[in-house]
Design a protein around this ligand. Structure first.
Ligand SMILES: Cc1ncc(C[n+]2csc(CCOP(=O)(O)OP(=O)(O)O)c2C)c(N)n1
Ligand code: SF4
Length: 351
C-alpha cells in the first residue's frame, strides 16, 4: 500500500511592480561600507523607492565623485549606467549626459566634502542651470573616506573624536540651493526611512534639479557624544515639518486625498505631493519664508526635515535650450545637416 504524501503549499510569490520587476532587480553589488553607516540606509531607500516608482532600471544613470558616499551607486540598480568621476566633478558629467539624452533618469550621489568643498563651483552651476537630476548629498559633517576631518557642513563648535573643535560656521546646502533657484529642496535623516522614501518617490517625478541633503551619520568617525551629526543627536534634534504623501501620475485617479489642511502640489506629469503641515505656519511653496525658517532652526541647533521648498514650474535646462526629445547621438544626417537653401540664407546674411 502506498501513502499519498501531502503536497507542500506553494511558496508565496515574490511581489513585483507594474513593470514586472522584483525589488531584487533594483539592488546592486554588496556594500563595502562600515556596518551601520548612514549611507547604506540611504541606498536601501533608493532601492525601495525605485521599485515602488516602477523605474526602468536601464534608463537610470548614476553619477558620483569621490568619498564613501560616492561609492554607493555601485550598491543599487545594477541595470543602470554608472560614472564614478573625479572628486567634486560629478555635476559636469551629469550635465553633459543629461543634455545628450533626455530619456535618462539621472541620480547623482555626493558627499558633503565632495559637494561643499572641492565641488562647490560644480554644485552651484548644476543647480542654477536646473539640470534634470536628483542630487543627493550624503551629509555626515566629515570626510569619511580620508578618516574623519571636518567638512564644510560641520557645525561650529562640533567636536571630532580626537577632541578637535570646529571653529568655522557651516555651509548649508539647502538654503544655498533655494537661493540658487532650485525648485525642489529637501532635507532628510537616514534614520527616518518613511520620510526619505516618500521624498525620493516625489523626486523621481520631478523634472529639474532636486537637492536632497540627507543627514547620514558616519559611525566610525562622527558618531560620538560631542558630535552634532551622531545618530542620537540628530534623532533628538530632528523636527519633521509635515506628513507627506506622494501619488504617482498613474495612480492619481485611484487615490482619494483627504480634505482638510492638506496642501497639494501638482507636477507637470500630473503626479501629486500631499503635504499636511505639522510644523505650524510652514509653507514649502514660500521661498523666502522657507529660507528664514531653516536659518532660524539652524541657529537653535535643530534640523528641520522634509520638503523645505517646492516649485514644480521651473523649466529644466533641456527645455530652456529647446533640445529635441531624441538622444543627440541617434540623430541622423538629415536632421543634423542644414539644407542648401538654409546654408545659402546664412551666406547671404553674412555678405
Ligand atoms: C583632488 C582630490 N583631492 C582630495 C582627495 C582626497 N579625498 C578623497 S575623498 C575626500 C572627501 C570625502 O568626503 P565626503 O565627500 O564628505 O564623503 P564621505 O567619505 O564622508 O562619504 C577627500 C578629501 C581626492 N581623492 N582627490
Ligand atoms: S568611514 Fe564613515 S562614511 Fe565611510 S563607510 Fe565608514 S561609517 Fe560610512
Amino acid at each position: 500500500m502506498t501513502t499519498a504524501t501531502p503536497s507542500a503549499p506553494n511558496p508565496p510569490a515574490t511581489p513585483t511592480n507594474k513593470l514586472g520587476f522584483t525589488k531584487q532587480d533594483y539592488v546592486g553589488s554588496k556594500s563595502t561600507l562600515c556596518a551601520g553607516c548612514g549611507h547604506d540606509a540611504i541606498t536601501a531607500q533608493i532601492i525601495n523607492a525605485a521599485f515602488e516608482s516602477n523605474l526602468e532600471g536601464y534608463r537610470v544613470t548614476k553619477y558620483s565623485g569621490i568619498g564613501c558616499s560616492s561609492k554607493t551607486p555601485a550598491y543599487f540598480i545594477n541595470q543602470g549606467w554608472g560614472f564614478n568621476s573625479v572628486h567634486g566633478r560629478m555635476p559636469s558629467i551629469a550635465t553633459g549626459a543629461s543634455l545628450a539624452n533626455r530619456n535618462l533618469i539621472n541620480i547623482g550621489i555626493s558627499g558633503d566634502g565632495d559637494s561643499m568643498s572641492i565641488g562647490m563651483g560644480q554644485f552651484v552651476h548644476a543647480v542654477r542651470r536646473n539640470i534634470p537630476m536628483i542630487y543627493i548629498i550624503e551629509d555626515n559633517g566629515v570626510y569619511g573616506l580620508t578618516k574623519g576631518q571636518f567638512s564644510a557642513t560641520a557645525d561650529k563648535g562640533s567636536h571630532l573624536k580626537s577632541g578637535a573643535v570646529n571653529d568655522l560656521p557651516p555651509i548649508d546646502p539647502c538654503t544655498l540651493a533655494i537661493e540658487l533657484g532650485c525648485g525642489f529642496v529637501a532635507r532628510c535623516f537616514s534614520g527616518n526611512p518613511k520620510q526619505l522614501n516618500t521624498i525620493l518617490k516625489a523626486a523621481f517625478a520631478y523634472e529639474g534639479t532636486v537637492v536632497l541633503d540627507i543627514i547620514s551619520p558616519c559611525v566610525t568617525f562622527n558618531n560620538h557624544d560631542a558630535s552634532t551629526r551622531s545618530y542620537k543627536h540628530v534623532k533628538d534634534h530632528d523636527f519633521p515639518l509635515h506628513d507627506l504623501g506622494f501619488i504617482q501620475y498613474s495612480e492619481v485617479e485611484d487615490v482619494e486625498i483627504p480634505a482638510g489642511q492638506t496642501e497639494i502640489v501638482t507636477f507637470p506629469d500630473g503626479s501629486k505631493v500631499a503635504i499636511k503641515a505639522t510644523h505650524e505656519g510652514y509653507d514649502p511653496t514660500d521661498r523666502f519664508g522657507a529660507m528664514k525658517a531653516v536659518h532660524e532652526s539652524m541657529a537653535k541647533g535643530e534640523f528641520l526635515t522634509g520638503l523645505l521648498y517646492i516649485n514644480p514650474t521651473q523649466p529644466p535646462l533641456p527645455q530652456v535650450l529647446n533640445l529635441v526629445d531624441e538622444p543627440l547621438n541617434s540623430l541622423g544626417e538629415a536632421q543634423l545637416k542644414p539644407s542648401e537653401a538654409t546654408l545659402n540664407e546664412i551666406m547671404q546674411a553674412l555678405m
